[in-house]
Write a protein that binds this ligand. Sequence first.
Ligand code: 5HY
Length: 249
Amino acid sequence: MHIRLINPNTTASMTAKIGVAGARVAAAGTQVSATNPDAGPVSIESHFDEAVSALGVLDEIRRGEREGADGGERVDAYVIACFGDPGLLAARELTTAPVIGIAEAAFHLATLISTRFSVVTTLGRTCIIAEHLLQNYGFAHHCRKVRAAEIPVLDLEDDGACALGRIIDECRRAKTEDGIGAIVLGCGGMADLTDEIREAVGLPIVEGVTAAVKLAESLVSLRLGTSKHGDLAFPRAKTFTGRFDYLGS
Ligand code: 5HY
């Protein structure tokens, strides 16, 4: 099977890191590819960044579907590798393949190994985004707190920024203060840090990219794809005007 990881921000080094993390846990026979939109924010740290990045996600889904239709390697599942799960439901309308957001995936797995977990993300201003997702997905009562290490997302790409140390410190505070059994990492850019954080903190660490890859494999193996009955059916054909005319059919 072929799983396409979509990094909604446009930082190629983060896309590569996400691809490596996903491939590392993929089963034999699962091909993992990682892409990001050409256009969009270099990092996603606000409601505005999320909204703009969603269009890039949809372009990447359309591209994956075209590749499959044009004789390329069919994409059996997509992962939206940003903790805000930008464009998730709209992306599901565009394909019969499963589309999994890393936040949703991480929340699901965290509830299977603990009754209470906390989230550690990057900037405090984005905590509300995870809190909204917890509410929307029905996991709010499982999550004790959404915390932030107070690091810009791109500090995760800068070895000199001591981002790992700040994330570990916040995870240790969560372990001490929150009465939790597990921690969810709240950024696709943390995908390569799971082992080091687990070693340092001494709690199960749930990371969204790897969680989503394994859930995608399960769905594909069970022949479960996005339902086309109801609200996730393909969008109705219509004209799009102006710079979005390429979306029209
Ligand atoms: C992410 N931003 O996973 C989110 C994390 C965040 O560029 N990739 C980003 O802090 O919201």
